[in-house]
Each structure stands twice: as structure tokens, then as C-alpha cells.
Design a protein around this ligand. Structure first.
Ligand code: SF4
Length: 204
């Protein structure tokens, strides 16, 4: 989905780890997991400081679970819904706290994966974004990468997308891979920026 190591064949995480702190918060059986509709939602990684996935300094959450199976996907380990760690209340609290941190100012939150809009993930991602909108400064922006196109969104996926500022859609198509592209891995993927004036995304 994106110019990250997960969706384009690029491996930037090794570089990232050299220069920025990477935090993986491991879930624990003793803490409450955020779970909706009987699904246990997992995340694969969380970077509390990230300058690769979107504009500016950001927090980035890699949500586990992807059903697109794109040829050339760099990190197939994110595909299973049970990959990584349980997404608990504590992880959500950490993200909110990082976004509100005034010592290291983040421009916003990036959601990638895996696919944050996998049907099993949408309700939890929606709850997280509602917290971001209600508890964080209003200028924080949200970027989201998904393998679904906006034309095929379900109402549940659309509900999440309505809380997003920048959305990059579409599967990674290896034959259209282009390393010169910004924020996306293949030329079929489209970057949309939400236009508040008519409440819809505009192609960037
Ligand atoms: S959308 Fe495609 S490239 Fe992105 S994680 Fe899923 S399979 Fe990999």
C-alpha cells in the first residue's frame, strides 16, 4: 500500500531503526484487549516516532491482517489477523499520549499494515480514531493506507475513512512499482486528501 517496508518491496525499517526510536508495545494477557464483534484485533508494530510514513514527525501503527495478498508484498508476516500483539487499551492510551506529547511534537498518526480497513479491524480502528479526534489537539492529522479502493468501501470502512485526512488506496501492483513515487509503492495507488469544503477526498 505504501512506501514502507510492508507494501512496496522497500525495506526502510532497518534505516528507520538506526535513526529513530522504535517501540513495540507487547500485549499482556492481564490487560483488557480492545475487541469488537468477537474479533481480537492485533497490531504488528508501533513506531512512537516516525518520519517515513506521511508528512512530518508522526506516530505510526501497523495493524495486523491483510487479505489482498499482493505479489511482491515485502512483509507477508503482517497478513494474518493474529500476527503481532493484541491491541489493548494500554496501546491505545500510549498512542493518544504520544500524540498529545508536547516535548516531541507529532504532526499526526499514520495507520498502515497489514490493512487497517480489513473488515475485522475497522471497528477498533474507528474507536481509536474517535479517541484521536476527541482527546488530541485538533490539528493532528491522520493518514491511512489501505489495499481497498475508495470505490469499494463498505459503510463500515467509509465510517473510518470519514475520520481520515489523507488516504492512500489500492493494492500494491508489482508491475507498476515505481520507487520515485512518494507515499505509495505502485502507480495505481491514489493519494486522496480530504476536502472539508465538500466533505470528500480530492486526488493529490
Ligand atoms: S495491501 Fe498488499 S502490499 Fe499492502 S500489506 Fe496487504 S498484501 Fe502487502
Amino acid at each position: 500500500m505504501l512506501g514502507t517496508d510492508f507494501c512496496t518491496g522497500y525495506n526502510v525499517s532497518s534505516l528507520l531503526k538506526k535513526f529513530f526510536s522504535c517501540f513495540i508495545i507487547q500485549g499482556s494477557c492481564s490487560v483488557k484487549e480492545i475487541s469488537t464483534a468477537g474479533f481480537r484485533v492485533n497490531y504488528f508494530k508501533y513506531f512512537e516516532i516516525d518520519v517515513v510514513n506521511g508528512k512530518g514527525t508522526r506516530c505510526t501503527l501497523f495493524v495486523s491482517g491483510c487479505e489482498h495478498a499482493c505479489k511482491g508484498c515485502y512483509n507477508q508476516a503482517t497478513w494474518p489477523l493474529d500476527a503481532g500483539f493484541p491491541f489493548t487499551d494500554e496501546v491505545a492510551d500510549k498512542i493518544i499520549s504520544d500524540l498529545c506529547d508536547t516535548r516531541v511534537r507529532r504532526r499526526g498518526l499514520s495507520l498502515t499494515g497489514g490493512d487497517p480497513l480489513h473488515p475485522a479491524n475497522v471497528e477498533t480502528v474507528y474507536q481509536l480514531l474517535m479517541r484521536v479526534r476527541n482527546e488530541c489537539p485538533p490539528e493532528k492529522d491522520v493518514w491511512l493506507w489501505t489495499g481497498y479502493t475508495i470505490q469499494e468501501f463498505t459503510p463500515e470502512q467509509q465510517k473510518v475513512a470519514d475520520l481520515v485526512d489523507v488516504l492512500i488506496d489500492g493494492k500494491f501492483i508489482e508491475s507498476r512499482k515505481d520507487r520515485k513515487l512518494l507515499w505509495r509503492g505502485s502507480s495505481n495507488q491514489i493519494i486522496y486528501e480530504f476536502d472539508r469544503s465538500d466533505a470528500w477526498w480530492k486526488k493529490k
